[in-house]
Design a protein around this ligand. Structure first.
Ligand code: FES
Ligand SMILES: [Fe+2]
Length: 351
């Protein structure tokens, strides 16, 4: 499906964020992940688990069911499943057939997030997770990291990936807050490897974006670095640094130094789980941004949902008219398509 080949939806063999760790507790948390209902909860010993959210009996949602100890008792006819997915009890009979089980997904807690592997569990390799160092996350006392928002977005996941892989939108969609025209006019430096795709814009002597003017009360040019590292298949670690340019009062003063983390996890074919978090040594800055960024993220969600409406409604979506600035997004799409092709290939077949 757009913008991928017909029949291609999303890579399954990869780590996706299922939830912020702080969202997972005793209560059952329902979430759609890659077109499957999933239930997340924390066992009595504190371990977070993810199991299939559909009862195999009559497809009742297990997320709307009841916890009995570490197990889930289906809210319809009471069939009960342990945290490992095995059925432990069928109220109407003594024998529990071996087929009566649900999937238990590999789930790893790292940083602020709980990461799920929706594909082949034998391939779930923790070394494929982005490390805390790679994404600029730190546990040190002078670094402040915080989950900001979870949104269920009515648009397909790749629209959000495309948004994050093309920051030329900053000065226009977010022209009143975090971007300037130089976010689009400055050429991008790019670097790609098997784990991630990076892009950076280095802007010297550039007008400060409205947020910097507002927060620091300055009106002089700044030097800025803006960039994004896309860890396949659905995690974007952004970087934003700015300081006062040479030749102005307080030249070299660090204004902002922040990391933003966007996790994009397909929910259904045309909806997405979108997690936003931020970290910085500047605690006050992080707290300031919780409110400040709400309308900014709403602009990205607005763009995504409006585009989704158009592409699902017009009769024939013509090919996009690409620009040079689309290179990063195109490389990101190609990587995800290659992952999907590899999963679809028969053993021994080259993709
Ligand atoms: S649907 Fe779950 S027990 Fe019947
Ligand atoms: Fe945006």
């Amino acid at each position: 499906m757009y913008p991928f080949k017909p029949g291609s939806f999303a890579p399954r063999n990869g780590w996706y964020v299922a939830a912020f760790r702080e969202e997972i507790g005793e209560k059952l948390l329902s979430r759609w992940i890659l077109n499957q209902p999933v239930v997340l909860y924390r066992k009595a010993d504190g371990t977070a688990v993810a199991v299939e959210g559909r009862c195999p009996h009559r497809h009742f949602p297990l997320g709307e069911s009841k916890r009995v100890g570490d197990a889930i008792q289906c809210g319809y006819h009471g069939i009960t499943f342990g945290a490992d997915g095995k059925c432990t009890f069928i109220p109407s009979q003594k024998v529990v057939p071996g087929v009566y089980s649900i999937r238990a997904y590999p789930l790893v807690e790292r940083g602020l997030w709980a990461w799920i592997w929706p594909g082949d569990p034998d391939k779930a390799d923790e070394s494929l997770l982005p490390t805390e160092e790679e994404i600029g996350f730190s546990r040190s006392a002078d670094f402040h990291a915080k989950p900001f928002y979870y949104h269920h977005v009515n648009g397909r996941y790749q629209l959000l990936n495309d948004n994050l892989l093309d920051l030329t939108h900053l000065g226009y969609l977010h022209g009143g807050s975090i971007g300037t025209a130089d976010d689009a006019a400055t050429p991008e430096e790019r670097d790609q490897n098997a784990r991630r795709l990076s892009s950076r814009r280095i802007m010297k002597n550039t007008p400060p974006p409205p947020v910097t003017r507002e927060r620091f009360g300055i009106d002089c040019p700044v030097d800025r670095i803006s960039g994004m590292d896309f860890f396949y298949p659905g995690f974007h670690a952004g970087i934003g640094d700015s300081r006062v340019s040479e030749g102005y009062p307080q030249a070299g003063r660090q204004l902002t130094s922040s990391r933003v983390w966007h996790a994009v996890t397909p929910a259904t074919k045309t909806t997405t789980n979108y997690f936003f978090a931020m970290g910085s040594p500047d605690k006050e800055g992080v707290e300031f941004m919780v409110e400040y960024l709400k309308p900014v993220l709403a602009e990205d969600i607005f763009a995504t949902e409006q585009i989704e409406k158009i592409i699902t409604t017009v009769d024939d979506v013509p090919p996009e008219l690409m620009l040079r600035s689309d290179t990063t997004a195109v490389l990101g799409r190609r990587m995800l398509q290659a992952m999907m092709d590899a999963e679809a290939a028969k053993p021994g077949e080259l993709t």
